[in-house]
Design a protein around this ligand. Sequence first.
Ligand SMILES: C[S@@+](CC[C@H](N)C(=O)[O-])C[C@H]1O[C@@H](n2cnc3c(N)ncnc32)[C@H](O)[C@@H]1O
Length: 370
Amino acid sequence: MDFSPGSATPAIIFSTAEDYFDAARQELRAAFGKAAQIERLGRDTGSFTAPGVAIAQVAEVCQIRPIVFVQHLMREMARLPTSTVAADMTPVVAMALRLVREQGIAAPFALQVWFSSGTTNMRYQSDELWRQIAAELTAHGYTVARGGQPIILSVCLTPQVAILGINITDDALTDWPGGRVGLAKSAAQISRAEFKLEELRKVFAVAWPSAGTALDLGASPGGWTRVLRHSGLTVWAVDPAALDPRLATDPGVHHIPTTAHDFLATTTMRFDIVVNDMRMDPDPSCQVMLRAARHLKPGGLAVVTLKLFPRNPVAQVHRALASLHEAYTIVHARQLYHNRHEVTVVAQRAGHHEPMQSRASTGMKSDSSR
Ligand SMILES: C[S@@+](CC[C@H](N)C(=O)[O-])C[C@H]1O[C@@H](n2cnc3c(N)ncnc32)[C@H](O)[C@@H]1O
């Protein structure tokens, strides 16, 4: 069995959207300098190493700098050639047990298994592997869940290598295997865009208002409006296009059939939250958000999806964030799993930013390079 126990600086496996791997690589290089070694392991998966840089530091930089095109992180502790495990799960299962034992984990932990995009050579599905590993760990007295635990055992299969590792959940950026946030479509769903707002609320610890007023810019057909209503907000839905008829009879939805610019030029209202999913280039969209900041209550939240055009997405995002900074504190910025050619930004009207949550103590053996 090929086992490479953690070297002085363990590799960090990162996930991105397939089309934005180069953007993620560019951001990591800019943040960590020329010493950063980046290798593409799959269409949506890469390996990152920089001397003395541990996963906790990468996670922190992703949040604070921010790095927006990295969606998920795991710490690599063992690697097996995919060719040796493509037909037989046994070596992966044995390695998982070995790592958990070596780390001395006693508390319940999450097991997350995924195949990187383009890994087509496996004779089993990722969920079959999850069940095999979970059964073995359970037989040895461990308590395994799919998420919601402070520690994650991750197993990522790529076309060439199977990678296993253990890290704290805070360092993973999301509590979902490879950052693939699974959301089910409900009968009440109006648009797929709803997933973006739902994912945001699952992935980021945001103090979402549970009452008051929301301004939804670019609201049609009304998916975000529906989600906002569901959270207890009364919604002003601004869009020249029509809303879904299911919203028409809701007295908590005020459809204003005009452009964002015209609405903001005439309204005197102040909102608890402003969201903007308008189909619009990042620069004008940010200008709208700067105008909208004047209509946000103190401490009010803002959410905007920056619609990217193909050339140099990193520069587009960083220019947009600099522009938003005139009126807002950026709380989170990331390309979410449900974002296509866009990035979601969560901001707060400047001067009302709460300090970020401290990292939870997990009792896990510390990473040697931390
Ligand atoms: C991606 S859709 C929004 C989907 C919506 N968030 C949902 O969940 O159903 C983009 C919308 O932006 C609207 N839009 C584009 N430019 C606009 C503007 N200047 N003012 C208001 N809405 C605009 C379009 O009419 C379109 O309905």
